[in-house]
Design a protein around this ligand. Sequence first.
Ligand code: SAH
Length: 301
Amino acid sequence: MQACNDHYYTTRDPLGLAGDFTTAPEMSQMFGEMVGAALADVWVRAGRPEVRYVELGPGRGTLASDALRVLRAAGLLPPIHFVETSQTLRGVQAAAVPGAAWHERIEDLPGDKPLLIVGNEFLDALPIRQHVEGVERRVIAAGGGLAFDRDGEIVESSPARDQAVRALGGRLVALGGVALIIDYGFARSGPGDTFQSMKDHRLTAVLDHPGEQDLTSHVDFQRVAEVALEAGACVAGPVDQGPWLERLGIMARARVLANGAPDRAAEIERDRARLCRPDQMGSLFKVLAIRHPDWPSPAGL
Ligand code: SAH
């Protein structure tokens, strides 16, 4: 999964209509603006300290440019740090967000100031393991293609995801700050096969076209919270994305945007509904906040 995704993300820009999948920030500027508003509010309540803005897997840089516009309006112009392994996407991000610095891993971030961190659809891309009755399920070469070596009730784990969250929690505890982790997944740990692949905006067979389609799994938010707590951080949530965006004021923002561009009013309302409605992204996607114990808890959770 790691090798396939490394190849996949370094050889293309997978986002948007011309790519394989579309994320919340690519659908509407309102998503990044709500993230920016949540971070700006927490920064003001923390006493406006010097901070760094950090984004994990920033894709095209769209979320960052929308969130940073709101932070700027609140009087904050932080140094910008992107944790991103894909050279191709780093190029796209550089064009969208001038002046950013890039890092391979969370562990490489500077260690001097509190961090305002956001990661949207980052953890789902990190590799998982699957077990059947305690035995790891492996991928084998068979019949000229790839196959799984066993089937049955599947239990998933993700040492790579645990390591990322441990590093994140450790950084926040050492430096101060908050992280907003947004992704699809479930609030409680449990068995189930959530390994999936997308190509051309369709779910595909996971073992087809290795390295040429997007491999992800659902995020176990209970596990993420446990690892963050073990690192000494505090957590809030997870809550569903729809109610979170509504509590942060997405309805009011949609009205302002529609009043300013009446010809786009229907499109703005459609995008808001896609982000919020429970039968669209509103309840599958969840938001978890991780923070230094002395930092205020972000709004909306
Ligand atoms: N956050 C963006 C993009 C999500 S796609 C959005 O919401 O639109 C996943 C992103 O994570 C891509 O930018 C991809 O290159 C990056 N990524 C995937 N695996 C990574 C890893 N191991 N380390 C750092 N970045 C990674």
